[in-house]
Design a protein. Structure first.
Length: 416
């Protein structure tokens, strides 16, 4: 396949399929020769902070001399961002070749399935990732779960270390209605006699589940502090917590850490779409916070970044998110709002966001439906000495990054 054909193939697949379970994934990896067994792995689950933590663990391991790969989701602009070798995204041609291998295996698997059951998009992506990571002879792969853990396609890994970043109310239709239910589903990835690393500030119900699962599996439970002990280049207090967890997980895998290597990783690592600086005069930031927990972490970090300057937020939120809670956390930091709509059909109409903002006694707001025009208007309102923040949806960030890259293709990519 060409890169364009690979993308069209992935977009043609269903996201969830006819039924949950790992049967299709086991068949798929078997057809590929079980590539996930050819490298060590660290499996990262949680509600928020997964992608950042994966990148940070990989950066630490790479700087300890290991050949390291990563698998992340979602992506922002291109599917190929999901597979990384060392500090680099996989090239588009190599990604297309990996998808071709997965597609051939999926064709065999589909023939063996009953009824309308078929390999899903995420299963094909995950199989492609495992196949490529094996082909690149990585020593260790750091893998981000998609949805939950128990029946997530990534959970065919014989991982040595499992990592829980945080637990919030998400995907309750599939994972259960309470924090404890959701934690239990995520923690199903913990292996017998494995090592479970958990982040600081974990919800008490999730902490209780972590203790119970570790005891039941005979797994070692290690907890990260909030302070990594080294300066972190990625902006935001939440990134310092994520790096502290990453260092704890890396130490659990390696046994000991070299402080200079950790400091180098902390200084260098950046996370696209999380307080990503995309412009100056005004300082322009993109952040994909898309639930109350993510927005709380973002809001907590704004004081140290804005430092008294005028802040104008460009906001779009999907209709399945708690928009009122998210706005309630963000608005106190803002001097003005520009409310817009990402290209995702589930984006709330800007007038609905404006109504919610007014009910919450928010700052003055304007409606600009096109994301690019909304960003331009926010820059005008902020002035050269102000700050512009685009947030509320990963899709909004993706739309803006495409525009800045001169790519006007619609954001048709399915993401969890």
């Amino acid at each position: 396949m060409t890169p364009e054909q690979a993308e069209r193939y992935l977009l043609s697949l269903e996201l969830f399929g006819m039924r949950f379970g790992l049967d299709r994934m086991h068949r798929l990896t078997t057809a590929l020769g079980n590539p996930q067994s050819s490298f060590d792995s660290i499996h990262v689950v949680g509600t928020n902070g997964k992608s950042s933590t994966v990148r940070m663990i990989a950066a630490i391991l790479e700087r300890h001399g290991l050949r390291t790969g990563s698998y992340l989701s979602p992506h922002l602009v291109s599917f190929s961002e999901r597979i990384r070798i060392g500090d680099e995204d996989l090239g588009r041609e190599a990604f297309a070749a990996a998808v071709t291998r997965a597609a051939r295996a999926a064709e065999l698997v589909d023939r063996s399935l009953a009824g309308e059951d078929r390999v899903t998009q995420f299963e094909a992506l995950t199989a492609a990732a495992y196949s490529e990571l094996a082909a690149r002879h990585v020593d260790v792969a750091v893998v981000e779960a998609g949805l939950g853990g128990r029946y997530d396609a990534t959970n065919v890994l014989p991982s040595k270390v499992q990592v829980l970043t945080s637990v919030g109310l998400e995907h309750t239709r599939w994972l259960g209605p309470t924090i404890a239910d959701i934690a239990r589903e995520k923690l199903a990835v913990v292996k017998d006699a494995g090592t479970l690393a958990v982040g600081s500030g974990l919800h008490p119900d999730a902490e209780a589940e972590a203790q119970a699962v570790a005891a039941a599996r005979g797994a070692r439970l290690v907890r990260a502090g909030a302070d990594p002990g080294v300066p972190v280049g990625a902006l935001g207090g939440f990134q310092r917590r994520n790096f502290a967890l990453a260092a704890t997980a890396a130490e659990a895998y390696l046994g000991r850490l070299d402080r200079a290597a950790v400091a180098a990783a902390a200084s260098d690592v950046r996370v696209p779409g999380r307080l990503q600086i995309t412009g100056e005069k005004p300082l322009t930031l993109f952040d994909g916070a898309h639930n109350p927990e993510g927005m709380a972490a973002l809001a907590e970090s704004l004081d140290e970044i804005v430092t008294g300057r005028r802040l104008v937020a460009v906001v779009s939120i999907l209709d399945d998110k708690d928009a009122a809670a998210m706005l309630g956390l963000l608005l106190p930091a803002c001097d003005a709002l520009v409310l817009t709509s990402s290209q995702n059909p589930r984006a709330l109409p800007p007038p609905t966001l404006q109504s919610l903002a007014r009910q919450l006694d928010g700052p003055p707001s304007e409606l600009v439906r096109a994301p690019g025009a909304a960003l331009a208007r926010a820059r005008e309102l902020a002035g050269p000495d102000g700050v512009v923040l685009a947030t509320g949806s990963i899709y909004l960030v993706a739309d803006l990054l495409r525009l800045e890259a001169g790519d006007s293709r619609r954001g048709r990519v399915s993401r969890l």
